[in-house]
Design a protein around this ligand. Structure first.
Ligand SMILES: [Zn+2]
Length: 216
């Protein structure tokens, strides 16, 4: 029988969710020998994954390998295999970015070649000289962009995008208000480091809602 090719079926956030759940299992193995504790952790992981992923039986089979993993090297191998099923962030070119921020004079552009699109749910880069942070995200199937001021002060807090406790900075965006010449400001604490923020994201809906909220 011909081997069935499985198309990518995991969002970047799904992949991170699985990675985080796998780490819970590995943590259990490294801290206890009690089989019941490990079983309980696996049960919690199973609930978390079933609640958040909707998979068919073939896809489910691939994920279920997770429950046989007992050490970090097996874990790495599993994640490496899983990576081929990840739907990366939309392809972005420098000309896309220039057209999204066409009103911006002296636009600083990111080094796209150094970005792993299989690990990001949104694209972001900083212009350190002007304290501006640029963000590209998907909204209703389209690439959208927003820029804002990123405060230089770094504090500990919960990030409004990934919901993790980390080093955060105040990010302030300004959008046009409903009345001509009025503006609305949105200030949110988000991870200072966009790369680690992306790695934390296990819920894409939260990300979509965040950008929906700050661009309205
Ligand atoms: Zn974050």
């Amino acid at each position: 029988m011909e081997k069935q090719t499985i198309q990518p079926f995991l969002s970047v956030a799904n992949y991170h969710l699985i990675e985080q759940q796998l780490n819970k299992i590995l943590n259990a193995y490294s801290t206890t020998k009690d089989k019941n504790v490990i079983l309980a952790v696996k049960g919690l992981v199973d609930t978390e994954l079933t609640e958040n992923l909707s998979l068919d039986s073939t896809q489910l089979n691939l994920i279920e390998d997770l429950y046989h993993i007992t050490d970090y090297s097996q874990g790495e191998l599993f994640l490496e295999t899983l990576k081929q099923y990840v739907i990366p962030f939309r392809k972005v070119t420098l000309s896309n970015l220039k057209s999204i921020f066409k009103k911006q004079k002296k636009l600083k552009l990111p080094k796209l070649e150094s970005i792993d699109f299989q690990h990001i749910c949104y694209l972001t880069w900083d212009d350190v000289s002007t304290h501006q942070k640029y963000v590209i995200f998907e909204q209703q199937g389209k690439l959208k962009g927003v820029k804002g001021n990123k405060d230089t002060k770094v504090v500990k807090g919960i990030c409004a995008i990934c919901n993790h406790h980390s080093d955060v900075s105040l990010f302030t965006t300004t959008v046009k208000g409903p009345v001509v010449d009025t503006f609305k400001k949105h200030s949110n604490y988000i991870c200072t480091d966009g790369e680690s923020c992306n790695k934390n994201i296990a819920d894409l809906e939260r990300v979509t809602n965040f950008f929906e909220r700050i661009t309205r």
